[in-house]
Design a protein around this ligand. Structure first.
Ligand code: NAD
Length: 385
């Protein structure tokens, strides 16, 4: 197929800068696409590190100011891989310059900051997507197919956890490279925007809109040294968050996230219970989907462990041979392949900025509920995606 270039300008070369760069390099090797990403420029504030990243990953050029990157005529799409406090300014400027935008999650720190981003991309009419990448792990996409097929019957329960343990030490400072997640000024919130946002995106994709929430949050370590000042400062992120909720379809949701669950590094799990069947998934065993069907014959009824690796299962026909697995990084390859495909078809690549804005509404309602110790309506408008 003749290919059109999609010239990428990447902002931020940390963890996500690497996963996205890998995705741009791999997508066309495995998917038949009309567009081919070209790694045109990477932008970072440290010239030496940016140059080293460009050499390692094959970017043609570097910039030290994202405004200059956006002003370039040879950039078609801006990819935002910087901390949450920078997303809005970069995205709005990129949209106004007519660039396509691929943005990391959460869309921004709050709904108030997110809304002008949605308005900007919709006014400019530029293709956009937000990297809620877990949707595109084959087992999670299969979960979506199973839910949409109606096999679960009427859904009663949705349960999700995202557990980590990396902030338990009191000596860990807040702020700066790598630790901006502990600084509310940069991150917006703690586990709610960082981890539960993923759980909420997947949940609403699989089970529809969340109507109202009741939450509790805790900040276990109240003060940490701030990298910028060298002084102990109040910690204002949520270290842990638990909430329950109603979905618009009448089912009940239960969500928990913490960075204080000793022994857990990135345990994202979800389970859905319907009248006829249930499914559950675990990021630590990401190629498997467990499925229980009450309609099975009694003597063999039980949880099936589906190894999602066959050619007729989502995305897997594009990879190796049946039975062989893919990994975490493939969720990004798939999102980029789907984004490139969306440019061919003219259809949106979900989750869009607008979808991510709905997730932000739930996050804000969760934090407000915890603060006021009261149920909060989310105001979510969730159509089938
Ligand atoms: N989809 C996912 O699963 C996932 C996973 C991790 C992080 N994220 C999101 O990705 C974003 C980045 O997180 P990360 O883990 O890659 O962080 P990181 O700290 O590893 O990298 C952030 C990068 O941004 C750079 N940066 C900061 N301010 C900048 C500026 N003004 N101009 C240019 N570069 C700047 C930093 O130097 C660094 O290179 C965050 O929004 C985060 O929530 C998403």
């Amino acid at each position: 197929m003749p290919q059109k270039e999609l010239r990428i300008g990447l902002v931020g070369y940390g963890f996500m800068g690497r996963t996205h760069s890998n995705g741009y390099k791999r997508a066309n090797d495995f998917f038949d696409l009309a567009y081919r990403p070209v790694l045109k420029a990477v932008c970072g504030r440290n010239a030496d590190k940016t140059k080293a990243f460009a050499e390692q990953w094959g970017y043609e050029s570097t910039e030290s100011d994202w405004k200059k990157l956006i002003a370039r005529d040879d950039i078609d799409a801006v990819d935002i891989c910087t901390p949450n406090d920078t997303h809005a300014e970069i995205a709005i400027a990129a949209a106004e310059a007519g660039k396509m935008i691929l943005c990391e999650k959460p869309l921004a720190r709050t709904t108030a900051e997110s809304k002008p981003m949605v308005d900007a991309v919709e006014k400019a009419g530029v293709p956009n997507t937000v990297y809620y990448n877990y949707r595109r792990l084959p087992a999670v996409t299969l979960a979506k197919q199973i839910v949409d097929s109606g096999k679960l019957g009427k859904i009663f329960h949705y349960r999700a956890n995202f557990l980590q343990d990396w902030t338990i030490s009191e000596d860990l400072p807040q702020g700066g490279e790598g630790l901006w997640r502990l600084d509310a000024a940069a991150a917006g919130s703690g586990v709610t925007g960082d981890l539960l946002a993923h759980c909420i995106d997947t949940a609403m994709w699989l089970n529809g809109g969340i109507s109202d929430v009741s939450a509790m949050t805790e900040t276990f370590i109240k003060q940490r040294e701030h990298v910028a000042t060298g002084k102990k400062q109040e910690v204002t992120i949520d270290d842990a968050c638990l909430f329950h909720c109603h979905f618009a379809n009448g089912s009940l949701g239960l969500f928990e996230s913490t960075r204080y669950a000793r022994g857990h590094k990135a345990l994202y799990t979800f389970e859905i219970n319907g009248a006829d069947a249930s499914i559950r998934w675990d990021l630590h065993d990401l190629n498997r989907l467990e499925y229980f069907d009450h309609r099975d014959e009694g003597i063999v009824r039980g949880w099936r462990n589906i190894h999602v690796s066959d050619g007729d299962q989502p995305y897997m026909g594009n990879w190796w041979v049946p039975g062989l697995c893919v990994g975490y990084e493939h969720s990004f390859v798939h999102q980029i392949a789907d984004f490139l495909k969306s440019l061919e078809t003219g259809e949106a690549c979900h989750p869009t900025f607008r979808d991510a804005y709905e997730t932000a509404k739930v996050c804000d309602a969760v934090l407000a509920s915890a603060k006021d110790r009261a149920w909060k309506d989310t105001g979510v408008e969730w159509a089938e995606k």
